[in-house]
Design a protein around this ligand. Sequence first.
Ligand SMILES: NC(=O)c1ccc[n+]([C@@H]2O[C@H](COP(=O)([O-])OP(=O)(O)OC[C@H]3O[C@@H](n4cnc5c(N)ncnc54)[C@H](OP(=O)(O)O)[C@@H]3O)[C@@H](O)[C@H]2O)c1
Length: 244
Amino acid sequence: MNRLNGKTAVITGGATGIGRAAAKRFIEEGAFVFIFGRRQDALDAALADLGPNARAVKGSVSDLADLDRLYAAVAAERGTLDIVFANAGAGSPLPLGKITPEHIDETFDTNVKGTIMTVQKALPLMGEGGSIILTGSSAGTTGAPAFSAYSASKAAVRNLARTWAEDLKGTGIRVNVLSPGATATELAKEALGEEGQKVFASMTPLQRMADPAEIGAVAAFLASPDSSFMTASEVAVDGGLAQL
Ligand SMILES: NC(=O)c1ccc[n+]([C@@H]2O[C@H](COP(=O)([O-])OP(=O)(O)OC[C@H]3O[C@@H](n4cnc5c(N)ncnc54)[C@H](OP(=O)(O)O)[C@@H]3O)[C@@H](O)[C@H]2O)c1
């Protein structure tokens, strides 16, 4: 398929997991992709895999100067931007009773403030036909034990698409949320552990975790004109986890 021919995309958290799988898929479908994240070694490994139609910019979505460098790099090489996949995210468990202000700040700085500033700073480069995709989570709908801050941050992300669809009226730019269920990535391994991953797989109607490529495939659909009449939607790619 070449649904993304000639398109330029930014993917935050694009060096690993879901972001990297999406970057691979976007490039296979014809896009030129900028990946963004904090670890140079992860960015280098991803670039080696993604090939000549990828660039990497090191930085944090919580740092406005880093985001400015990202979009300056996009403007310098490509001029405009068609697709933003605001996917960088983080979360760890802390049960009610043990939650600290630092834990809340850390989670919301990345997942909510980082998502807002990633998109806001992209807008001057975007126009008619643009697609913004935000990574939500099944946890934003269902809740998950000890994941208060993470789940609340992802519920906030779901609302951002609703509100921005209003703010973006008349621009021709669409915005949707892609909400994965349990997906086999570093984040899932760290946040859930081996046992937790088995529990989530068994709670999922399809009885397994997702492969990141299965999430990347839906990101490519939302990035492409195949989803041209979709905005403000949440697309669950969760094996049914949050749908019963
Ligand atoms: N895996 C799941 O089960 C699951 C389920 C639902 C939703 N999600 C969501 O999917 C998204 C991707 O996660 P993943 O599962 O693919 O895990 P992952 O492989 O750990 O990916 C997270 C990515 O985000 C980047 N990142 C984290 N904080 C950042 C920051 N402040 N600035 C820039 N980049 C940052 C990380 O790179 P650096 O550390 O190098 O910055 C990493 O590349 C997240 O939003 C996550 O909440 C995952």
